[in-house]
Design a binder for this molecule. Structure first.
Ligand code: UD1
Ligand code: CA
Length: 455
């Protein structure tokens, strides 16, 4: 069986009250349409057609990819009309229809639907809802065979009482589509070309309609306004949290944890509350992440400890290294095994060798720090001269006293020491002590100024 997928994404989404096209609104850091495309790709279709209309340029620009065929639907005349726009491009024998604003559909449910449907059958994903208001109803005959879908606005009293609803997601035998599309009419309560009218046509043509249900009704829930968007977000996050817990992660509170990207985890990882994981994050065994941390595009090797309120972006932390509380590791920060970064320390494009330490109130930018080197509190690299960035290179076992300014480019060789309060502008050799500050002067009998009395 060859498969192509049509994703409907042309609608306006007025209730979002937004300049952003509805399908570009994010769930977990990715657009709703992006999630649907991601799921669609996992079914390995020949091609994915995305029907766009409102905000077409923005949607195309954001999501353009080789396997996507964007089809413009100038006017939104209904779901049937939308699918008809894609039909001329279809060469496969089965078509699956998905929706750009129904982002949580699981690949598993789609696979079950596809497996269930024979080559000359129509497949419907339906859902039982306590409150079916607004949905198309699944009409079955005395034998339980589906005969039609009736939209809410066209339904009679008895049909409105049906609680089995159309999710909109369906599979169609492509060979019939040209014919069915040409026979659609907009002679109905909404004056639209309904995709759902093909069900009755298929039955009249002697085809059987197979149905399947998603495991969870949230999978087929659309987002029409920001409240529904938020509900889908929370559902997505809970699902992501459960997946991680199943892999051996302790989440102190799964309701206060957000993933916005791809996370891989080892065993016995502990994550405290209000942690956000963004982009591609790799977490190995025994990592502990304290509360209120944001970790983006970073790798945390075995046994890493990150304390409260730390912010990582593009960092690699080696085995047993630790950072925080209040550490900021910017892109290019690399900590080798057992390196230590303490509170109010900022790193950017800085490499800390094995066991190196920067415990307090420090900025290290464009720096190479050798193994076991210790950076005193309040030290900064002066890496920028207003025009160019320069490197600071420290050897192994260097001791930088507190409150140093290391004016780059500068080299401090292994075993060297700098005195507290130094401004280091020249290279320092092995084992030397550099004192880069004015000598202290003590003045005897110093009189403090006296307050001038007002007349
Ligand atoms: C549709 C179904 C209904 C089902 C419901 C599930 C039809 C006629 N009805 O109704 O049976 O219960 O979904 O949510 O199909 N779209 C386009 N172009 C158009 C019209 C719609 O791209 O011309 C897109 C919309 O952006 C949206 C989707 O198709 O993503 C569904 O359209 P909508 O008008 O919301 O259909 P419903 O009335 O909800
Ligand atoms: Ca809808």
């Amino acid at each position: 069986m060859s498969l192509e997928i049509v994703i409907l994404a042309a609608g306006q989404g007025t209730r979002m009250r937004s300049a952003l096209p509805k399908v570009l609104h994010p769930i977990a850091g990715n657009s709703m349409l992006g999630h649907v495309i991601h799921s669609a790709r996992q079914l390995d279709p020949q091609r994915i057609h995305v029907v766009i209309g409102h905000g077409a340029d923005a949607v195309r620009e954001r999501l353009a990819a080789d396997d996507l065929n964007f089809v413009l639907q100038d006017k939104q005349l209904g779901t049937g009309h939308a699918v008809a726009q894609a039909v001329p491009f279809i060469t496969a024998d089965t078509v699956l229809v998905l929706y750009g604003d129904v982002p949580l559909i699981e690949v598993d449910s789609l696979l079950r639907l596809l497996k269930h449907v024979g080559p000359q059958q129509l497949g419907l994903l339906t859902v039982e809802l306590d409150d079916p208001t607004g949905y198309g109803r699944i009409v079955r005959d005395a034998d339980g065979q589906v005969t039609a879908i009736v939209e809410q606005k066209d339904a009679n009293e008895a049909q409105r009482a049906i609680t089995e609803c159309n999710t909109g997601i369906l599979t169609l035998p492509a060979g019939h589509l040209g014919d069915w599309m040409s026979r659609l009419s907009n002679n109905n309560a909404q004056g639209e070309y309904y995709l759902t009218d093909v069900i009755a046509m298929a039955v009249a043509d002697g085809l059987v309609v197979a149905t399947e249900q998603p495991l969870d009704a949230m999978e087929v829930q659309g987002a029409n306004d920001r409240r529904q968007l938020a509900e889908l977000e929370r559902h997505y996050q809970l699902r992501a949290a459960r997946r991680l817990m199943a892999q051996g992660v302790t989440l102190r509170d799964p309701a206060r944890f957000d993933v916005r990207g791809d996370v891989s985890v080892g065993r016995d990882v502990v994550i405290d509350i209000n942690v956000i994981l963004e982009g591609k994050v790799v977490i190995e065994d025994d990592v502990v992440i304290g509360p209120n941390c944001v970790i983006k595009d970073s790798t945390l090797r075995k046994g890493v400890v990150i304390k409260a309120n730390s912010h990582l972006d593009g960092a690699v932390m080696g085995e047993g290294s630790d950072a925080g509380p209040f550490a900021r590791l910017r892109p290019g920060s690399v900590l080798e095994a057992r390196a230590h970064v303490g509170n109010f320390v900022e790193l950017k494009n800085a490499h800390l060798g094995e066991g190196a330490k920067a415990g307090h109130l420090t900025y290290l930018g464009d720096a190479e720090i050798g193994a076991r080197t210790n950076i005193g509190a309040g030290t900064i690299t002066c890496n920028y001269d207003g025009a160019n960035k320069w490197r600071t290179v420290l050897g192994e076992d260097v001791f930088i006293g507190s409150n140093n300014s290391l004016v780059a480019p500068v080299d401090i060789s292994s075993g060297a020491t700098t005195a507290a309060g130094s401004t280091i502008t020249q290279n320092v050799d092995n084992q030397q002590l550099a004192v880069g500050r004015a000598r202290q002067k003590n003045i005897d009998g110093w009189k403090r100024p006296e307050k001038i009395k007002k007349p």
